[in-house]
Design a protein around this ligand. Sequence first.
Ligand SMILES: Nc1ncnc2c1ncn2[C@@H]1O[C@H](COP(=O)(O)OP(=O)(O)O)[C@@H](O)[C@H]1O
Ligand SMILES: [Mg+2]
Length: 259
Amino acid sequence: MHKRFHTNPQAPVSPRQGTTSPYLIELQRVTKQYSTPAGTFTAINEIDLQVEAGEFVAITGKSGSGKSTLLNMITAIDTPTAGAITVAGVAVHQLSQNNSAIWRGTNIGLVFQFFQLLPTLTVVENVMLPMDFCNTYPTGERRERARMLLDRVGVLDQADKVPTLLSGGQQQRVAIARALANDPPVVIADEPTGNLDSHMADATLSLFQELAAGGQTILMVTHERTVTDWVSRTVNLADGVIIADSLITDRVPREVSYV
Ligand SMILES: Nc1ncnc2c1ncn2[C@@H]1O[C@H](COP(=O)(O)OP(=O)(O)O)[C@@H](O)[C@H]1O
Ligand SMILES: [Mg+2]
């Protein structure tokens, strides 16, 4: 699988480590604790995880098992209490809040359950937004690139509408086009099919599968039961630890390890 390291002259370089991880994403003994009125709560407990470029990983587990907390640390939205997280050679646990937004904008495509498109912008303007925010493509090329991405996800004919005029499935496709705006090596999706009917959910999973085949790395939290039809690996969380990690080869599940 080829690696797609993103180089952006404006990305902060200070956290780039001398050490090189052979993995696109690597977590080493990552712990996240929250202070609550009842005391310290451990949401993620010393997790180790390695993901290679081009993997399509489903993260599964009951509500409260730590799935969103895990993704939020990989995207540097949140910082771990202990441990190290490397994404494409960047020690993301060391990124400052100031630097993390631009780093995330160029390296991570985010897809959410409720799409989170800006209602006052047209569809094509929503897709242009990450390019504007991170100043990644020449101003005069951004609209054409956004239209190309909308075409790729099958909703180019909706480009000049506002998002609320689109169906849920169409809005999620726009959100995926927006996630791809800066050609990030990693796409992170937290329950992207949670608000879609089964047909649109399958279409979304199929699209992710295509992206992974093209070398993009997908981490997706999901409750879909048929997810093994699409993903290359499932990681199952319970109470902040990985209880199963399975590679799926030729759509036949194969257990690789149990903790
Ligand atoms: N900011 C917070 N403060 C305190 N506890 C939190 C906070 N965020 C999440 N938690 C707790 O951490 C656990 C894991 O949450 P989360 O990662 O959202 O789980 P999941 O996404 O698997 O449903 C839950 O018990 C949740 O209540
Ligand atoms: Mg969650």
